[in-house]
Every structure is written in C-alpha cells, then in structure tokens.
Design a protein around this ligand. Structure first.
Ligand code: PGA
Length: 261
C-alpha cells in the first residue's frame, strides 16, 4: 500500500482518483499499468487512486506499484449473505482494495440509493477497513432553482456518520449535470460549494477533523481544466471519470495537480 500520510497533511496533499465505472476488460489493464509507471515521479506530491470494476480489483492491485491505491466503486452494507450479485466491503478489501466509492450519483439514480443507504455503506466500508469516498451532488434543476447548497447539506449530513475522520473518509462534490457532459461549474461556484461544505464539516466534526477531511471535485475534469479546478481553495483533489480511462489524460491531470501546489 502507499506511503504513510499524517492527518495534518491530508487537506494539503491532493488526491487524484480515477473512476472507471462499468468500463474495463482485462485488455484495459495496460492503461492502469501505464498510469502506475507514468506517475512514479508524482508519488511524493500526490495520492493516486484507481477504482476499476470489481472484476479487475485484484488483478489491478497486483499489477500496479504501491503508490497507486486501488478501490471499488460501491459495496453492499452487509458483510456477507444472500444478496445475489452484490459485493461486500470485506470482499473488496480481500481483493486488495484500500478504498471504495459510495453514493456516486449514478448509484443514487440507477439504484435508488438514499443518503441513509449510503451511510450504511460507509459504515460497512469502515468496518472492513476501507477508506470511503462519499459522493454528493446537485442535479441541474436543483441548481437552477437555487437549491444547490441545501441539497448538498442534506446529502452530506445524511451520508456521513458521526465518527468519520480524514483517515477513513473523503468527500467528493460532483454536480450531477457536470458528470460526463464536458460542462463544469465556474471556479467561483466550486469555491462557494467547497467553502460551504468545509464549514459544515467543521460545524459537525470540529475544527481539526472538519478541516482535515479531503474534499474532491468531480465532473468533467480534463487535462485542460484540471489546473484551474485544483487551484480552487478547499479543493483537495479530483474524482475523474472518463479521463481516467486513458493513461495519457489521467497522467496529464496528475501533472497539472503537481504544478498547482
Ligand atoms: P466524468 O465522471 O469525469 O466522466 O465527468 C466523473 C465521475 O462520475 O466520477
């Protein structure tokens, strides 16, 4: 697994995470290896995470350098049992994962996941010793009707349990309308949201814990906009979908991340 990172460093140290979604056959592992090899120089400055489909977690873990973390994209809340087709946090851990994404908007939309069920997945992730990346985000109609901050506040409050810390939890702000669309909020909008979320984390968990929990931005992060988005205050990294499938794009985002701190 990757190097040790002290809690106080976490808010300053950027995390660039790739979410492959339902993409990637064994033939795609070479992109993962290229990311691993190409990012060796970034390792002292950045944390890197790749979340392939569950079928590739074990193989990817075995094929990547230790400086790249590997994670799942969701998990069931139960440890085991009669839940055909599901994957537990313990299974991801057993396959070599150190992280798991929970509450991605595609899961919330396609599988009706509520913040309450996201919280139970978060608890499961922590039970298994995984670091959870908890996603929250507003839809376009929520943004257009001025509900963004309220919606995010509700999702944040409902998706986290009281014992989270920077060691086991990362929050990703992903506006639903920005995912896979090539559209991104303005840097002012991202700054406003991240400052608001930071305030809420501090209010609930106290100054030290609230400040240390990393806040990622996700939604159409590309090589061309990464530096601008990552330079926004309180943006502690990026959750990258489409551009994480191609090593050259993902590495360009990593390079931009290194240059903006
Ligand atoms: P995108 O996806 O980078 O393709 O917009 C981001 C995500 O859904 O995590």
């Amino acid at each position: 697994m990757g190097h040790e990172v002290g809690e106080n460093d976490l808010a300053q140290r950027l995390l660039i995470a790739g979410n492959w979604k339902m993409n990637g056959l064994a033939s795609h592992l070479n992109e993962g290896r290229a990311i691993s090899e190409g990012s060796r120089a970034f390792a002292p400055q950045l944390d890197l995470l790749l979340c392939p489909p569950a079928t590739l977690v074990r193989t990817l873990r075995d094929q990547l350098d230790d400086h790249v973390f590997v994670g799942g994209q969701t998990c069931h809340h139960a440890e085991k049992g009669a839940h055909t087709g599901e994957v537990s946090a313990e299974m991801l851990r057993d396959a070599g994962a150190s992280h798991v994404i929970v509450g991605h908007s595609e899961r919330r939309a396609d599988h009706g996941e509520s913040s309450e069920s996201v919280r139970s997945k978060l608890t499961a992730a922590h039970r298994a010793g995984l670091i959870a990346v908890v996603c929250i985000g507003e839809t376009l109609s929520e943004r257009e009707t001025g509900k963004t901050l309220g919606v995010l506040e509700t999702q944040l409050a409902g998706s986290l349990h009281d014992d989270v810390s920077a060691d086991d939890t990362i929050v990703a702000y992903e506006p639903v309308w920005a995912i896979g669309t090539g559209k991104t909020p303005s840097t002012d909008d991202v700054a406003q949201v991240h400052a608001h979320l930071r305030g809420k984390l501090i209010e609930r968990f106290g100054e030290d814990r609230g400040r240390a929990i990393r806040l990622l931005y996700g939604g159409s992060v590309q090589p061309a906009n990464a530096a601008t988005l990552l330079a926004v205050p309180d943006v502690d990294g990026a959750l990258v979908g489409g551009a994480s499938l191609k090593a050259s794009d993902f590495l360009a985002i990593c390079e931009a991340a290194c240059n903006c701190r």
